[in-house]
Write a protein that binds this ligand. Structure first.
Ligand SMILES: Nc1ncnc2c1ncn2[C@@H]1O[C@H](COP(=O)(O)OP(=O)(O)OP(=O)(O)O)[C@@H](O)[C@H]1O
Length: 366
């Protein structure tokens, strides 16, 4: 049985901690993580394949938060699992993901277990209850992780465990509880504390704010942002666009296994907005914006249509969309929108004439 979440001390209004500077700074230093042409396919019975991730590429620098957003089932968690070497046996990967000189896709299990997970890459998992060891208290798990990662003994693991719990807004009074005695929100915070404890240079946070109320969402998001501000890289996988807006420097939008747009968070959430019609649709679907859902459903990843997978739902689709748009200038779309561009009838040539010079923006593919 789970116990209800205890009252958490009010944190008061917290100012958003996002700024443009980290993104600009991030691009001037070598990336912590460099992903190129990442693909994950699952072999299924009868020779079928599910293309969960296709040709994903991005760099992530120290001090930077990249939010990976997109509808359920588009491949976000599979991408994170690939980076940690946690894919099931029926998965095949292509491409590379280099962190600190190690290609995470090619590394053997021993390397991943001993030098990557927890030490170089911390994970806030999507299902914290499954991630926590059921027969150990939260404190025991935190202290054990400190001992394992740092080799410290004596009082230090005790101190570090309590500090990590505090950073993740996990109440000290609950540290001696077992996972089954925690609410979903508390289990989430315990898993966040575990992920923060190793101070890994790369933190993957897969839906870290699920099950939290808005105050705790903000507090957790700000703690993750602080992790980045201290010089680490943060990949935030989330449905929560408000959390992404609060802390992300850049936003990568995924649709049917592909990153279709990668842009500055300021542009994405600001007046200019994203250029991909799907990314626009995600924002327009928000209750605080137009509250207009995107018509239709995403395709089955085992039966992707030829060309642009979003075309069947896209108001701007033309015959050209039967071919896969290349990913250039942070975008994979034959008919992108600009902030001043409201007319779907306008020709792509006319629109490209109006396009502002974005040569400074990162091109994802190598
Ligand atoms: N072991 C597996 N075998 C076959 N298909 C899988 C396997 N694991 C995941 N998939 C498929 O890969 C696709 C992407 O799943 P993924 O969990 O990455 O989506 P997501 O974007 O993280 O969604 P959500 O936001 O709901 O977590 C889904 O269609 C899922 O069914």
């Amino acid at each position: 049985m789970t116990t209800p979440a205890p009252p958490v001390p009010p944190t008061g209004p917290v100012e958003p901690v996002v700024s443009v500077e980290p993104a600009l700074l991030a691009r001037s230093v070598p990336p912590v993580l460099s992903v190129r042409g990442l693909g994950v396919r699952f072999r299924m019975r009868g020779g079928r394949h599910i293309a969960a991730v296709t040709d994903a590429g991005f760099d992530l620098a120290a001090g930077e938060c990249l939010a990976l957003v997109g509808e359920s089932g588009c491949g976000k968690s599979v991408l994170a699992s690939a980076l940690l070497g946690l894919l099931p046996g029926n998965a095949q990967t292509t491409g590379s993901a280099v962190l600190d000189g190690i290609d995470l896709l090619a590394a053997d299990e021993r390397t991943l277990a001993r030098t990557v997970r927890g030490r170089r890459v911390g994970l806030v998992p999507q299902s914290p209850a499954a991630h926590l060891t059921p027969v150990r208290t939260v404190r025991a798990q935190l202290e054990e992780t400190v001992r394992e990662l740092t080799g410290t003994r004596g009082r230090e693991p005790h101190r570090a465990a309590e500090a990590a719990a505090d950073r993740a807004a996990f109440p000290a009074g609950h540290l001696d509880r077992y996972p089954h005695e925690l609410s979903g929100g508390l289990a989430q915070r315990a898993a966040t504390a575990l992920a923060l404890i190793g101070d890994a240079p790369l933190l993957l946070a897969d839906e870290p704010t699920t099950g939290l109320d808005r105050d705790l969402v903000d507090r957790t998001a700000d703690e993750l942002r602080r992790h980045a501000d201290e010089g680490r890289a943060l990949l935030l996988i989330t449905h929560d666009l408000a959390a992404a807006e609060r802390i992300a420097d850049r936003v990568a939008v995924m649709y049917a296994g592909r990153i279709v747009e990668l842009t500055d968070a300021q542009r994405f959430f600001g007046e200019r907005g994203p250029r991909h019609p799907y990314a626009r649709g995600l924002l327009d679907a928000l209750p605080e914006r137009a509250f207009t859902p995107i018509p239709g459903l995403p395709p089955e990843l085992g039966e992707l249509p030829a060309g642009c997978a979003f075309a069947p739902r896209c108001p701007r689709a033309t015959d050209l969309c039967a071919t896969t748009p290349p990913f250039t200038d942070g975008l994979a779309c034959h008919h992108p929108r600009e902030s001043t561009d409201e007319s779907p009838e306008e020709s792509p040539e006319e629109r490209s004439d109006e396009r502002p010079d974005e040569s400074a923006e990162e091109t994802v593919r190598a």
